[in-house]
Ligand binder design. Sequence first.
Ligand code: FES
Ligand code: FES
Length: 160
Amino acid sequence: MSCKVEIKFTLNGRPEKAIVPVDLNLLAMLRDMFDLKGAKYACGEGECGACTVIVDKLSVNSCLTFAVDCDGREVRTVEGLRATDKLHPMQRAFVDHGAIQCGFCMPGMIMQATHLSDTSPGLTRDGLKRGLEGNVCRCTGYTKVLDAVSDAMNTEGVDQ
Ligand code: FES
Ligand code: FES
């Protein structure tokens, strides 16, 4: 049995604390202890991006991040994007462009896109492709995703 420690952190703008096993990953803590089911478990190996959340100003694969490493940090999940009863602009763009099909990858995709928008606002469309290459989607073919993110970020440029 692994030992447990108490951590304190900010989750979607609210102070939280949890007592977690030292080997628990952030994804499991979010889904099982806080009932935040947006971030998904898929590969579990850092390859698909379905579990992407933002910790401080970094996007991370929560399947590979220890919950204990979030002590004292700010965690943001897709559930925290909406500040009002309206969708976040990135969510709105995905809906408007028909960029969502089954939706499984979308919480991670939208969090990565939001991270890019927040940290690299001048990205070209080609830069967006590179920024999103860690987020795998089995449904959309990516073009509508790129259209949506480009629109939300007011990105200029042509598809290459
Ligand atoms: Fe975390 Fe795939 S489930 S990267
Ligand atoms: Fe189905 Fe991306 S919308 S996996």
